[in-house]
Design a protein around this ligand. Structure first.
Ligand code: SF4
Length: 397
C-alpha cells in the first residue's frame, strides 16, 4: 500500500479510489474559458484538473479559477521557479514539477519548502522526452532505470527540506518503457503513482496506447491516479479515464455503459446504427445503467442477460428486456425510444417495479417471434449438423 496524499478534497494513494485527471487546453489567463472547460471535464469524469501556469497572467487566472472550480486544481510548472511560487500564492491544490526542466537544486528545495509550509503536495513528473541530459547520457537513453533515478534524485532534494507530500510519474511515449518504469517505481517508492503514456497521440491509436499501458499496470495493482494524454478534446481524456476504471471495476458506474453485440449474419437490424442512436439518446440522461443492443432475438436477450436493460431485434420488432426477461415487444422503429423511456422509468422506479409492470403477453409474443425466426433460418444456420452427418456417412462406407 502506498502513502496517501490529498489534492484538496481528493485523496490519492493509500487505498483511496483511483482518480482521473485531465488537463485544460485553454489559456489559463482566460478565466471563464478555462472554468467552462474544467466544468466539462468534471462532468465527463475528471476528479482533478491540471492547468498550465506558464506566466504571470496564468498565475493571476489561477487565483480566480481555484475558488470557483468544482474539482481540485493542479498547476503545471515547466521552467520557472517564480511560476511555482506564484501558483502556490494562487491557492492551487497541487503542483507538478518536471525534474528535467526545473533543474537547480536550490530552486527545487525552495518550491518544496513553500509547498511544505502550505500543505500542498507536489507531483514529481518525470517525462522520457525531457529527461535531464546527464541521466540520458549516464543510462544511455531514457531507460526505465533513468526515469526512476530522475524521480529518486528529485525526492532526495525534497527530503533535504523535510518534504514528502509527493506523488510520482515516470511517463514515456513508449508503452513498453512506461510499463517497465512504473513497475520499477512501484518497487522503489512507497509514494502514490500517477499513471500515463505521454504524447499518446490522436484517437483511436492514442486511446489504445494509453489503455495498453495504464490498464496493464492497474491490473497489477500499480497506480493511484491516471491521465490519458490524448491529442483530442480533453473531455475525451476524462471520459476514457473514467470508462477504463469502471470497466476494470475500480470505480462505480457513474453513467451509461452501452454494450452491443458485434452483429453477424443473424442480425435482424443495423446494430451499429441502433447502438449509435441509443448511445447518443441515453448518454444525455446520465443514468448509471448497463444497456444492451443486440442484433437478434434468438441469442440477444440470453447473451445480454447481465445487462440492466436491453433490446433485441427480430421480425421488424424489438424485444425489450430487463435483466434478460422480456418486458415489452415494440415496433422496430420505436426501439431506441422504448429504451430511453424504460431507462428513465428504471431510474425513477427501480428494476423490481419495472419487472412487475411488464406486459403480461410480452414473453408469449417474443417466443412466437423466436420460433418463426428459427423456422425461417433453421437451428443449424451453418449447416454444421448436415456436414457432420455427411462426414460420418463417408467414414462408414
Ligand atoms: S446477438 Fe444475434 S446478431 Fe448479435 S452477434 Fe449474437 S447471434 Fe449475431
Amino acid at each position: 500500500m502506498t502513502r496517501q496524499i490529498s489534492l484538496g478534497s481528493v485523496k490519492v494513494g493509500g487505498g483511496a479510489p483511483i482518480s482521473v485527471q485531465s488537463m485544460t487546453t485553454t489559456k489559463t489567463a482566460d478565466v471563464e474559458g478555462t472554468l467552462a472547460q474544467i466544468y466539462a471535464l468534471a462532468a465527463a469524469g475528471a476528479d482533478v484538473v491540471r492547468c498550465t501556469c506558464n506566466d504571470q497572467d496564468a498565475a493571476e487566472g489561477l487565483a480566480q479559477i481555484v475558488p470557483r472550480s468544482p474539482v481540485p486544481i493542479v498547476a503545471d510548472i515547466h521552467f520557472h521557479v517564480e511560476m511555482a511560487l506564484a501558483a502556490l500564492d494562487a491557492g492551487v491544490h497541487g503542483l507538478r514539477l518536471n525534474p528535467g526542466n526545473l533543474r537547480k537544486p536550490e530552486e527545487i528545495k525552495l518550491v518544496a519548502s513553500e509547498a511544505r509550509d502550505r500543505g500542498v503536495p507536489i507531483r514529481i513528473g518525470v517525462n522520457a522526452g525531457s529527461l535531464h541530459p546527464e541521466l540520458y547520457q549516464r543510462f544511455g537513453g531514457a531507460t526505465p532505470e533513468a526515469l526512476v533515478e530522475s524521480a529518486r534524485q528529485e525526492l532526495a532534494y525534497f527530503e533535504e527540506v523535510d518534504f514528502s507530500d509527493v506523488k510520482i510519474s515516470v511517463k514515456a511515449s513508449s508503452v513498453a518503457t512506461m510499463i517497465a518504469a512504473y513497475r520499477l517505481a512501484a518497487e522503489t517508492f512507497d509514494h502514490p503513482l500517477h499513471l500515463g503514456v505521454t504524447e499518446a497521440g490522436p484517437l483511436p491509436g492514442g486511446l489504445l496506447k494509453a489503455t495498453a499501458g495504464i490498464a496493464t499496470l492497474l491490473a497489477e495493482g500499480i497506480g493511484d491516479t491516471l491521465r490519458y494524454s490524448l491529442t483530442a478534446d480533453p473531455v475525451e481524456e476524462a471520459k476514457a479515464g473514467r470508462q477504463l476504471l469502471e470497466a476494470l471495476g475500480l470505480r462505480e458506474r457513474k453513467g451509461l455503459d452501452l454494450i452491443a453485440c458485434p452483429s453477424c449474419g443473424r442480425a435482424e437490424v443495423d446494430v451499429i446504427k441502433v447502438a449509435n442512436e441509443a448511445q447518443e439518446a441515453l448518454s444525455a440522461l446520465n443514468i448509471p445503467l448497463q444497456v444492451a443492443v443486440m442484433g437478434c432475438v434468438v441469442n440477444g436477450p440470453g447473451e445480454a442477460r447481465h445487462a440492466d436493460l436491453g433490446i433485441a431485434a427480430g421480425r421488424h420488432r424489438g424485444h425489450l428486456f430487463i435483466q434478460g426477461q422480456i418486458v415489452r415487444v415494440v415496433p422496430e422503429d420505436e426501439m431506441v425510444d422504448a429504451l430511453v423511456d424504460e431507462a428513465k422509468k428504471i431510474a425513477a422506479e427501480g428494476v423490481a417495479a419495472r419487472l412487475a409492470a411488464r406486459d403480461a403477453h410480452a414473453e408469449e409474443e417474443a417466443a412466437a417471434d423466436r420460433a418463426l425466426l428459427l423456422d425461417d433460418k433453421g437451428l443449424d444456420a451453418n449447416r454444421s449438423n448436415e456436414r457432420i452427418a455427411r462426414i460420418r456417412r463417408r467414414g462408414e462406407s
